[in-house]
Structure formats: C-alpha cells, structure tokens
Write a protein that binds this ligand. Sequence first.
Ligand SMILES: [Zn+2]
Length: 124
Amino acid sequence: MKKVIIRFYAELNDFLPVAKKPRDIEYCFNGMINSRETIESLGVPHSAVDLILINGQFNPFTRCLVCNGKLGDAQEHDVKNLIKPELLNLHKAFFSCRDCGRVYWEGSHYNGMLGKINKLSGNS
Ligand SMILES: [Zn+2]
C-alpha cells in the first residue's frame, strides 16, 4: 500500500466534510493513481482545482488557467494568428488549451502560476 498526503487550499476546503478541513489528508492506494479521480473521490470537483503541487513542485504547462483544460504543445504556425507577432520572436515554445484554445508561452503562464502560488503561500 502506498500513500500520498493531499492538502487543499483556500475555498477548495469548502467542498470537504468538516473532519477533513483544512488539514493534510492521507490517501492510501495500490498501484497507480490518477490525480483527477483522487481529488474527486474526496468530494472536490476537479474543475475547481487551478493548480496541483507534487512534492512542492508544479508543472506549469499541464492545465489551462481559464478552463482547466489540458494543455498540449503548439507549433509556431498553429499560434501565429492567435498571438501578437512580436511574441513569435521572443518565444519558441508555445502551448494551447485543448478545450478553449487559449495559447500560452512561458512568460504568461509561468508568471500566472507563480502569482497563484505566492498568493496561496501569503507571499503576494
Ligand atoms: Zn482552456
């Protein structure tokens, strides 16, 4: 049996039963787990979660800040009509939301995620 410690922040605690808010929740499992199913099994809608930290780290290019859809790699020719032309000169790596189509690049998304982390940790 493996276990992970899960902690929800801010208004996500409103979804939890009284006994589980706001504290570390020990979640035991066998084999592999899926973050979406694990979060929802605790009563928190996956769509309400903006950011998942794993061992204190986050991967900024996995979820859309607007709709929480999955992000995927996008090529310059896919995004050139959707962003300002000068961004094509400044950035080489782009990501787009598979659900709403929003385009991200390291400056925009990375800074947005860092802002959320700082707000949650009281550093803003
Ligand atoms: Zn989206």
